[in-house]
Design a protein around this ligand. Structure first.
Ligand code: B12
Length: 515
């Protein structure tokens, strides 16, 4: 007999305000989570009854317990990102005070910092790595009245102390997994679906080892870690997308969230051919500048790829190579962004500031690199040293960060040459500076003088005033809320404006080709 399992998904990002400790700005969520939909499908196939508490904003206690009582679960299954750790601790206490449900934690933080998680009061067990079969075995044992203490991949809190079971091998062939249970999510509550976009994930893992990403530590927990980067077959991927379309018939565009989309030329060719025939919707995906080629871009463009997300991360070649572990030359970066423009593919560049070993001069190189690469949009985040990453180890070793961090902080590293307040400042004005450098670069003669002036300004002592941070942050927050408000309440306008932005980018493309 199956049991009710309630997933709890804290899908919001809180960030502490500069100069106001303990006060947080919350970015409300509304994101599909492949891991939860995958586990839900496996539980359903085994006869259990999964459901979801999708917390797109922090709930108050009454709200939380009312939802809990409505579902009356036997198991409450938390997915715990590092930045959601303090919230999950509190919600676990609420569960234990309101019901006798079994509590299990899984996801990134329990995988990367298991000792910290198993000690949390109220947590009965934690899952390390993939939970697809582990949660089914746990639910099976509990529904049969058996002690689950031998279930692999799980650690247990017992009266005689923690029991740490080994991690089972990862699922090598993702085709063996059921198609995710998209129905776990209400399509109307998701951010992308409001504007006709469905998110999808056809692969798991990543073969690269970037210093800021926890993938290599997530990989290291498995006995068959060499098989970490895997993808559904092209045929199975199409079946996945058909089911996605059944779940959300209003889909007009697909956003693939895979770490790197289409690893392997043969897969890409076969998939794109099938996709063009069977699905034929415009799509966007993540790529790596050192992996994607003009040939693969052409295949992607023919299949309907409209936007590519790629990491510049740092404009300083040495920081990229030595600190981030990304061997990508400046020439390669500019060449691949140009190639995208020439093929009519819009680009979004990811960047980071506040890296270990960085200072303002190095950030200036990142700003200028974005101005030269001319992506359609620029995204910048403050570097967060997540547990299990090479850069966490480095930051702690150098004394730039304490070993235990609250990941809701505004900035993380305090370096002699790049204190926290300066990191917040360059982060706040990053996109504006990119736009100014781009503008200056486009003016033939006066441009050089303007660039020199901008350099002076960015590196000057004036650009350290703390009111600039407060003012810039308030402005950025207001702009973000305004944009999200439009996306939520006037989705057609959001689509229209985005369409104009993309069309302008493509006009730029035609101009470049004509030049
Ligand atoms: C796709 C993705 C996103 C998507 C979707 C997020 C989501 N909630 O699924 C978007 C773009 C929205 C996103 C946003 C963010 N992301 Co993100 N994202 C990823 C990415 C590339 C893949 C995640 C994925 O879907 N994997 C595939 C599924 C199948 O695996 P899974 O989620 O891990 O789930 C399995 C197991 O973890 C486990 N499991 C998970 N939960 C539970 C619960 C229980 C009870 C059990 C038993 C098991 C279990 O079983 C699942 C099935 O096998 C990872 C990179 C990576 N290394 O994995 C980063 C990653 C997860 N993201 C990360 C971060 C930091 C963020 C943001 C906070 C960034 C920001 N500042 O805004 C936000 C948070 C937003 C949010 N609400 O979650 C970090 C998390 C690090 C950490 N230690 O917490 C990662 C690991 C990247 C990194 N920097 O290393 N992200």
């Amino acid at each position: 007999m199956g049991i009710p399992v309630l997933f709890v998904y804290p899908d919001f990002v809180a960030q502490e305000r500069t100069g106001r400790p303990g006060t947080y700005d919350v970015e409300t969520g509304g994101w599909y989570a492949e891991g939860l939909a995958a586990m839900s499908a496996s539980l359903r196939a085994a006869g259990h009854h999964p459901s979801l508490m999708h917390l797109t904003a922090p709930p108050d206690r009454d709200e939380f317990t009312a939802i809990l009582r409505r579902h009356n679960p036997a198991v409450v299954a938390f997915t715990v990102r590092s930045s959601a750790f303090p919230y999950c601790q509190e919600y676990t206490r609420w569960v234990k005070e309101a019901s006798g449900a079994y509590v299990i934690w899984g996801g990134y933080h329990p995988t990367l910092a298991p000792e910290e998680c198993i000690e949390v009061p109220g947590v009965d067990s934690i899952c390390l790595g993939e939970g697809d079969w582990a949660i089914v075995d746990l639910a099976g044992a509990l529904s049969g009245g058996k002690d689950p203490v031998h279930v692999e991949s799980l650690w247990f809190n017992t009266a005689s102390g923690p029991v740490r079971n080994p991690v089972r091998p990862l699922v090598e062939n993702p085709d063996e997994l059921p198609i995710p249970d998209f129905d776990l999510f209400d399509p109307t509550s998701l951010i992308p679906t409001r504007t006709g976009v469905a998110t999808a994930m056809l692969s798991r893992g990543c073969p690269f080892r970037c210093g800021y990403c926890s993938n290599h530590r997530q990989r290291a927990v498995y006995p068959n870690s060499s098989r970490y980067a895997r993808c559904r077959s092209p045929q199975n991927s199409i079946e996945y997308l058909r089911r996605l379309r059944e779940w959300f018939p209003g889909v007009r565009e697909i956003r693939f969230l895979d770490n790197v989309f289409g690893l392997g030329r043969i897969w890409l060719e076969e998939f794109c051919e099938l996709y063009g025939r069977e699905i034929a919707l415009p799509f966007s995906c993540n790529q790596r500048p050192d992996l994607v080629t003009r040939q693969s871009l052409a295949i992607l463009a023919r299949a309907g790829c409209r936007v590519i997300y790629m990491g510049i991360e740092s404009g300083d070649e040495e920081v990229r190579r030595v600190i981030l572990g990304r061997r990508i030359s400046d020439e390669r970066l500019t060449e691949i962004f140009r190639a995208c423009r020439e093929m009519g593919i819009a680009t979004v560049a990811y960047n980071m500031v506040g890296l270990p070993g960085e200072d303002r001069k190095k950030v200036l190189a990142t700003i200028k690199m974005n101005a030269v690469c001319r992506p359609t949009s620029v995204v910048v985040s403050v570097f967060s040293p997540y547990p299990g990453t090479d850069l966490y180890d480095l930051s702690v070793k150098k004394g730039y960060a304490p070993p235990h961090m609250d990941y809701r902080a505004r900035t993380f590293l305090d370096q002699p040459d790049f204190p926290k307040r300066e990191v917040a400042l360059v982060h706040t004005y990053f996109s504006l500076l990119v736009a100014l450098y781009r503008l200056a670069g486009a003016i033939p003669w006066l441009g050089r003088m303007l660039v020199a002036l901008l350099d002076k300004l960015t590196l000057s002592a004036f650009f350290r005033w703390s009111w600039l941070v407060t003012f810039g942050e308030r402005r950025a927050l207001a702009v973000r809320r305004f944009r999200e408000g439009i996306r939520r309440y006037i989705p057609w306008l959001y689509r229209f404006l985005r369409g104009i932005k993309m069309a302008v980018a493509r006009r730029g493309v035609r101009r470049t080709i004509a030049e």
